[in-house]
Design a protein around this ligand. Structure first.
Ligand code: AMP
Length: 606
């Protein structure tokens, strides 16, 4: 897939000049490919749009806009509207119900990728086509060549990566619906990947592909412990996943030590293929068992990653965006190892990679590869006028024409048939690599709270609070004000909701039992991704902290003292600024937790 280059010496690469030293021919080709793509951003984008429009010219969707065979940017921009998931839902529903006619894409939709973003409380279904796997694989194949420029010797050991597959379902029409990583790990692209000394994992495929996430985690951690001296990098896709693995070790180290001492696998691991592959790896090793017992039984877990895996050069884990909240905890466990955020991707499309993966988390910028899709950008300013701009179509900017320092919302047109689709991510241009802009991930639009892959927006939180406060009626109590906080100080993190209550009759105030039920009712009301994360223990029980009367007025006084306008002041529905947290926490009169798991099954509600 990577276009062949004539020779290593021919690589005129600003990237390879980082070390200027030896790198393999495979790496040279990958780096040269990045150079070609980033130098020719605009022409690549023009070609990609042309390819997408000509192959999908006869789809029902594109015919609707009467492009009449045109594949140029001007016609496309003037005729095809910018859309959200909700706009495409009728088409997506028809495909899900089994309509195989070319609705969005001329190539058959091979499956749906379930995005962690939600619509009406359910995961979004992103249509994809088989060849997209090649594009994803291409982007993956660029990561290690870039990393090798900065970290030598990664071929001398292994990566301990916690990779998991998740539940999959079928749509009424029989198409699979599953997360993009599950689709990738189950594909031959991943399962039959050729041996690459720079990309050897401690986890055998069988452990990654085990559908029971606890057995999978158990086996992957056990392999990591057994091969501890070979491990050169430790990671998971997102920071929350890596922290979950550390917590798992905290809870299960005695069992791991036992397995390693005796050379027998915990009988709770029942998956036959995991048992079989572990039987080849697990041998009695009392010395290692004693080491694990010594390290893990210590009260202090600071630097536990480097204590157990002493040769780790960096953590490979995304800590940008919503994951930035985990940086201090990861620093604590790893003794400040570098955290490499290597790529930026979504269910809709894989976007790009970080060309300086060893930079500080606060400096991470992603370079969008112009061959992945056709990209446009909606200039973003915080005035909400942007959102109501349906009547006058917004002017979108092309990838090659962006300005440093400005913020934009990302819009994609993909081979699988999404046209001018709003991804919902806000990015800031920080600079250029050749002609390709580089982006800092600023935030996802409308997301208030996020602990793992959950994304809760303001209206979902509002609805959940309304549903929960129904339980207060019989106590003549109402919620006067509220705000929220994603508490990630402990693993797993959890949602904290601050409530100021108006209690009419103090003698009949809601009890702890009632307020715990309110917590549960809120959880029941939150979206499917939240509930799934709760059931999988990636999010802890929701907490309500009742604050003293007048607290929210104090909050407003504080904001005004810092320059907020009285006229425009709105209660922040999510807080994280330390002085505000301290103010709120100093006014807490009681704390209540959800006592049960909310309902979740892989099946969609509708
Ligand atoms: P999903 O559709 O569930 O695969 O989620 C994709 C979304 O995750 C993106 O649109 C981003 O909001 C977020 N995301 C993916 N990669 C990164 C990254 N490297 N840094 C920050 N956020 C990311």
């Amino acid at each position: 897939m990577i276009s062949p280059s004539s020779s290593i010496m021919a690589v005129d690469s600003t990237l390879s000049s980082v070390v200027g030293a030896s790198f393999s021919e495979k790496d040279a080709k990958a780096l040269q490919f990045i150079e070609e793509m980033t130098k020719n951003v605009d022409s690549v984008q023009e070609r990609i749009l042309g390819e997408i429009l000509s192959r999908n010219a006869d789809t029902e969707y594109l015919k609707r806009f009467q492009l009449n065979g045109a594949t140029d940017r001007d016609t496309f921009k003037s005729k095809v509207p910018v859309v959200t998931y909700e706009d495409l839902q009728p088409e997506i529903q028809r495909i899900a119900n089994g309509d195989k006619s070319p609705i969005l894409s001329s190539h058959p939709i091979s499956e749906f990728l379930t995005s962690s973003g939600t619509s009406a409380g359910e995961r979004k279904l992103m249509p994809t086509i088989h060849e997209e796997l090649n594009r994803r694989q291409l982007l993956y194949s660029l990561l290690m060549p870039v990393m090798n420029l900065y970290v030598p010797g990664l071929d001398k050991g292994k990566g301990l990566y916690f990779l998991f597959i998740k539940a999959e379902t079928k749509t009424p029409g029989g198409l699979l619906a599953r997360p993009v990583l599950t689709s990738y790990y189950k594909s031959d692209h991943f399962k039959s990947r050729p041996y690459d000394p720079f990309n050897v994992y401690t986890s055998p495929n069988e452990t990654i592909l085990c559908p029971d996430s606890i057995q999978s985690m158990y086996a992957q951690m056990l392999c990591g412990l057994i091969m501890r001296e070979e491990v050169l990098r430790v990671g998971a896709v997102f920071a929350s996943g890596l922290l979950k693995a550390i917590r798992f070790l905290q809870l299960n180290w005695k069992q791991f030590a036992h397995d390693i001492e005796t050379g027998t696998l915990n009988p709770k691991v029942t998956d036959p293929s995991v048992r079989e592959c572990m039987s080849k790896i697990l041998k009695p090793n009392p010395e290692l068992a004693a080491f694990i017992t010594k390290e893990c039984s210590e009260e202090n877990w600071e630097c536990i990653i480097t204590r157990i895996w002493p040769n780790t050069k960096y953590l490979d884990v995304i800590v940008t965006g919503a994951m930035a909240q985990y940086i201090p905890t990861l620093e604590y466990y790893s003794g400040g190892l570098p955290m490499a955020c290597t790529m930026y991707a979504s269910s809709e499309c894989y976007f790009g990679l970080n060309l300086k993966p060893m930079c500080k988390p606060s400096e991470v910028s992603y370079t969008i590869m112009p061959n992945m899709a056709y990209f446009e950008f909606l200039p973003h300013d915080d005035s909400s006028a942007q959102d109501s701009s349906r009547d006058s179509p917004p002017r979108l900017v092309d990838l090659a024409d962006l300005e440093v320092g400005k913020e934009y919302e990302l819009i994609v047109t993909t081979y699988a048939g999404l046209c001018r689709y709003r991804v919902g991510d806000i990015l800031r241009v920080t600079g250029f690599h050749n002609a390709a802009p580089q982006f800092r991930f600023i935030r996802r639009k409308n997301v208030l709270l996020s602990i793992d892959s959950d994304k809760t927006d303001e209206s979902e939180l509002q609805q959940a609070i309304e549903n929960a406060s129904v339980l207060l009626k019989e106590f003549n109590t109402s919620v006067v004000e509220y705000t929220s906080y994603a508490d990630t100080k402990q693993i797993p993190g959890h949602y904290v909701i601050y409530w100021e209550l108006f209690v009419k009759d103090a003698a009949n105030a809601p009890t702890d039992e009632v307020l715990s039920q309110c917590c549960f009712q809120m959880e029941e009301s939150l979206n499917a991704v939240y509930r799934q994360c709760r059931v999988a223990d990636s999010i802890g029980p929701l907490e309500i902290r009742v604050v003293k009367n007048g607290t929210f007025e104090e909050l407003m006084d504080y904001a005004i003292s810092r320059g907020a306008s009285i006229n425009q002041y709105k209660v922040p529905r999510c807080v994280s600024f330390t002085p505000i947290m301290e103010l709120l926490d100093s006014r807490v009169v009681s704390k209540h937790f959800s006592r049960a798991l909310p309902h979740w099954t892989p099946d969609r509600r509708r």
